[in-house]
Design a protein around this ligand. Structure first.
Ligand SMILES: Cc1cc2nc3c(=O)[nH]c(=O)nc-3n(C[C@H](O)[C@H](O)[C@H](O)COP(=O)(O)OP(=O)(O)OC[C@H]3O[C@@H](n4cnc5c(N)ncnc54)[C@H](O)[C@@H]3O)c2cc1C
Length: 472
């Protein structure tokens, strides 16, 4: 008989926790999962899925406009926010139930309770006060929105946790932040009919993405009517009778219905009791783990956003799976973090895989850029002005493709497929050898033959590597 109540106790039924629990149970482990909110976690309940549903809703606005150029006459479309919220709720409830059923089928027990760590093998359930012992504990508690900047009136703000269930569509909304969540919601609400002001701490949106793509997203947001204020933040928020009065750092006064903070997310470890077990956290509270997701305590592992590695659903899932394979499947498995394809679901969207031009130029001696910007075929009749932009970043020495960046319709779908090729070590010559699919936007990827720029690093002198220079 085992010395523990269960082989594995998973704290958090989100992307990483659910996958780890199911796979571990499949290897014969006795598994318990505790969830304090709703099974499915951030992605299903208040992240990727409801967000993408809202992106779809918002894009009809463009489709209705575009239809005229193709001969359609439509009555003035009317949007009803509450219908969308109800439909979204129905779908995420269905998905949450499927997650629950799949856990049941795998033999995993689910506890609807907050759980906290009491020691290296002990967890306490907050609902009942019951203690459970486990051979292994997996911390998969995700992250939560940062409430910044710390200003008077912060209590009147909302975050992505609340935005999906607002009682009504805001007439005017201030979104604070320049990351992917901020720009996605700015793009969504602007199309649903909200007047959107977006304040960004720095000079541009989407820090860390390719510079040209960042500019593409910025321009498209402004084109959609988003009032973008760079190097600006809210300074104070005052609650009026039925609206919020916001003073910005540039002195502007805004009357808005909602202020949404999208200023980042922090690992969800507060009050979790990890210190009682001696688990080390980093300076922002993320659980420190090794390449097998093991903490400094042998019986405690952590996966997903709580470890602050790459905060994306597929990564959390992969980490959860690798943990279960390693510990319960007797199959040491590592997660490969190189070349993770990802998308930003603005309209148009940004799809990306691999190094940006800026990163490549820092890391490689010779970098070739192939870039194109064009009006997609559909826009010729719809009259839409936005351009599609594509960029291939190539190691000029080996011809290996280091990164591909696309800003245009279906860029996320393209990035997923390009991710396979880049992962396999595709060369630019392989792109050139590939027959185009015509007429598509993606065909541009295999027809960009003329190099746009080559950047060569100057010979290393006594003072170290010289600056990158444009050779053509
Ligand atoms: C608005 C938004 C949009 C996003 N869009 C995308 C996207 O398009 N693509 C993408 O890949 N990623 C996206 N993400 C990120 C993605 O949602 C996360 O990376 C992913 O959900 C992380 O999974 P996880 O298992 O680490 O944590 P989570 O999915 O957050 O799950 C953690 C779970 O633990 C529970 N929990 C926490 N503490 C306790 C406790 N003490 N006891 C019991 N339960 C607890 C929480 O309630 C939660 O259900 C988005 C995130 C947000 C906020």
């Amino acid at each position: 008989m085992s010395a523990f109540d269960v082989d594995l106790f998973v704290i958090g039924a989100g992307s990483g926790g659910v996958r780890a629990a199911r796979i571990a149970a499949g290897y014969g482990a006795k598994v318990l999962v505790a969830e304090e909110f709703r099974v499915g976690g951030t992605c299903v309940i208040r992240g990727c899925i409801p967000k993408k549903l809202m992106v779809y809703a918002s894009r009809f606005a463009d489709d209705f406009e575009d239809a005229a150029g193709f001969g359609w006459t439509l009555a003035k479309p009317v949007f009803d926010w509450n219908t969308l919220v109800a439909a979204k709720e129905k779908e995420i409830s269905r998905l949450s139930a499927i997650y629950r059923t799949n856990l049941d089928k795998a033999g995993v027990s689910i506890l609807d309770s907050r759980a906290e760590v009491e020691g290296p093998h002990t967890i306490r359930l907050k609902n009942s006060g019951q203690e459970v012992s486990a051979r292994y504990i997996l911390v998969a508690t995700g992250g939560s929105p940062v409430l910044e900047p710390s200003i008077p009136g912060l209590e009147h703000t909302i975050t992505s946790n609340e935005v999906f269930d607002l009682p009504e569509l805001p007439r005017h909304m201030l979104i604070v932040g320049g990351g992917y969540i901020a720009v996605e919601f700015a793009s969504v609400f602007a199309r649903l009919g909200t007047k959107v002001t977006l304040t960004v701490r720095s000079e541009n949106v989407l820090r860390g993405f390719d510079e040209d793509m960042r500019c593409g997203v910025r321009d498209a947001l402004q084109h959609a009517g988003v009032d973008l204020k760079i190097v600006t933040l809210p300074a104070r928020i005052d609650k009026g009778a039925d609206r919020l009065s916001v003073t910005l750092t540039d002195g502007t006064l805004l009357d808005v219905d909602q202020v949404m903070l999208a200023t980042g997310r922090l690992p969800h470890t507060k009050g979790l009791g990890l210190e009682k077990a001696g688990v080390e956290l980093d300076q922002i509270g993320a659980v420190k783990v090794d390449k097998f997701s093991k903490t400094n305590i042998d019986s405690i592992y952590a996966v997903g956003d709580v470890t602050n590695r790459v905060a994306l659903t597929p990564v959390a899932i992969r980490e959860g799976h690798a943990f279960a394979d390693t510990i319960f499947g007797n199959k040491e498995t590592l997660v490969d973090y190189a070349n993770i394809a990802t998308a930003v679901f603005t309209t148009p969207e940004l799809g990306t895989v691999g190094l940006t031009e800026e990163q490549a130029r820092e890391q490689f001696d010779c970098v070739d850029i192939y870039a194109a910007s064009f009006r997609p075929l559909k826009a010729t009749l719809s009259g839409r002005q936005e351009k599609t932009a594509m960029k291939i970043v190539v190691d000029g020495t080996t011809d290996r493709v280091l990164g591909v960046h696309i800003f245009g319709d279906h860029a996320g779908e393209m990035a997923q497929v390009l991710g396979i090729a880049v992962k396999m070590g595709v060369r630019k010559a392989d792109f050139d050898d590939t027959m185009a699919v015509h007429p598509t936007s993606a065909e541009e990827l295999v027809t960009m033959r003329t190099r746009t720029a080559r950047y060569e690093r100057e010979t290393v002198g006594e003072e170290g590597p010289g600056a990158a220079v444009i050779a053509e």
